[in-house]
Write a protein that binds this ligand. Sequence first.
Ligand code: MN
Length: 765
Amino acid sequence: MRQYELVERVQRYNPHADENLLNKAYVYAMTQHGSQTRASGDPYFSHPLEVAAILTDLRLDDATIVAALLHDTIEDTPTTRDEIDAKFGHEIGALVEGLTKIKKLDLVSKRAAQAENLRKLLLAVSEDVRVLLVKLADRLHNMRTLEFVPADKRKRIAEETLDIYGPLAGRMGIQWMREELEDLAFATLQPGAYKMISERLKDRWDAAAPEVAEIEAALHEKLKKAGISADIKGRSKRPYSVWRKMELRAISFEQLSDIYGFRVIVDDVADCYRTLGIVHTSWPMVPGKFKDYISTPKQNDYRSIHTTVLGPGHQRVELQVRTRQMHDVAEYGIAAHVLYKEDGAPPRPNGKDTGKDANGAGTTQRKSAVESNAYKWLRQLVDMLAEGDTPEEFLEHTKLQLFQDQVFCFTPKGRVVALPRGATAIDFAYAVHTDVGNNAIGCKINGRLEPLISQLTNGDEVEILTAKDQTPPAAWESIVITGKARQSIRRAARSQIRTQYAGLGRKMLERAFTRAERTYSDERLAAVIARLGQSNVDDALAAVGRGEIPSDHVIRAIYPDHRDESVARDVVRGEAREEEDRSDEGWFGLRRAMGLKFRWPGRSARSKRRESEDGGAIPIRGLHGDLPVQFAPKGGAVPGDRIVGIMTPGEGITIYPIQSPSLKTFDDQPDRWLDVRWEIDPDDPERFPAVIGVRVLNEPGSLAEIAQIIGEQDANIDTVAMTTRAPDFTEMEIALEVWDLKHLSRTMALVKNAGVVNAVWRVNG
Ligand code: MN
């Protein structure tokens, strides 16, 4: 087909067609596809052109025809959506993108029988009914040229056509397309059966021809006499529908009746009923076959009178009587609505029309009318698609309503992931696999890097980026909306905490065993696990870490002859123990079980710098280390600070710089004090919290100046709080994140150097 032929075809039914737009699209698509060829060896461009031609048969609007010409450009050529938007407007851009998304469905069905999902997906992704119409035409042309495709691919495409596209065309009311799609698929999948049925249909038709001609002539005569002008067409049943009837009812071809019939097209509704009267008085009607879809139209707007009569030779002949307009609806289905709306404007369900549409009629008034139509239109489509008489179809109806609340996305390999509307990429990650969710660190949506908290939309292709040993932030729990993701995040948090406690437990045991001059090993612990009331080594270690099992118990479980000498040893060392709770049980036995040196609580203990005597102190690596650690809620602590740990059962260790006034609170709870030391991995640095106080002169821009200095020093500002506001100066506390004490001191010094700054000090809670 030539360029001018396409334009002519469109102009035949749409005199206002935008010739320039059609020509531009024709040339553009041809240029973009360039020298690409189809499996048949034809230039690739012949395909989109034929698809456009099919859509002119459906008499569709310019935008749809243009979208058909461009439908493979984004996927198969370097063309981008932006380019199409720029050249043809947003409306056409959206249609072509819809088609690009649907194209990925072909990948999906290759993997699994997901017909159910697929049909829903198709609807969800389309948004605009015209996308579906182009897709159907695309499939029809591919089916017509299927012989050139390799056998295995051929089979898959034919199956998909039979499962999805045929029924879809039917439900959209485009009968001829459904029949052609199904017959083509049937011929591909069951060539033997197709051949057999086609041949027999032809035989029967030939045999019945005289009788059919007789009826036709008689009918013509009678209608003419009654003054009814009618267009009468004889028709045979289609091979696939015959085959299905044979399969469904388990009958042989010979048992099939009414395999041919007439379609009588008249001028108006009154003539339909007059024709019916003439038919019924001329030939006996077959009971139970009469249906009046004129008084009660089908939900897809199909209107017609069906009846079956017994011909002279006792052949059953089916008759369909309808008006020209009813016939159009039956042939074009939903496409008939697209072109013929009362206001003459093609409906645009997605309402995203920029107004620069193909007909150049982009007034605001028109646009709002289109938008108000949008919802109605989509609903009508869904109703129509859901329409059906069988329980299965009813079931599907309910499912179709369900899918309104869902979004369907793809993995890069084309797997469909169905999620509730509002789901994020995190939900997607967990839906793919728990490990993917737990290790997620980022994502690409449609090839672009996006935050993991992004909400997904229909047809998004989502690629989750992962890193080993990553754990999900607890904050995700309130962001995700799927139960699976939420549970997994919770479980991961729990298991992370458990791991940290187990790590602490192991350190405590190793230390206690050394003190007791015994040897610790996981194997030895495993051997006595039942005696400790635990089910595995990790649980036992975590229980020790949480203070639920004193280290002594573990030592005695492994070495029944062990006597706790640590008390005596500590006394020998001259450390005061008198006031200490001697209970071996529970948390309060912990410190002693660990064999940690007793530290007098209070000012004197804190000020007495403990010589860095051994590795007995618990190494603190940071928030992401192997222990349940947190930092002084106010003031924090940074590597380089002299620190102590305060244990809180169930919460872990809180690290305080030794100068923290809060430590006084724990003076009377000596058992909660732990020896800790920094052990920072230089290869995996982490920032630590600290708070500084700053007194600045009230000058414009002073805060900005400070912020800049801090920023230049690569220190993060967490929060800034004004504490004192005097007429001439302001005091504030700035919560920072720094690498270590050196970093903090350098930053403080530079802040202090700033002209507006009067004083800088460290704040400790
Ligand atoms: Mn195509």
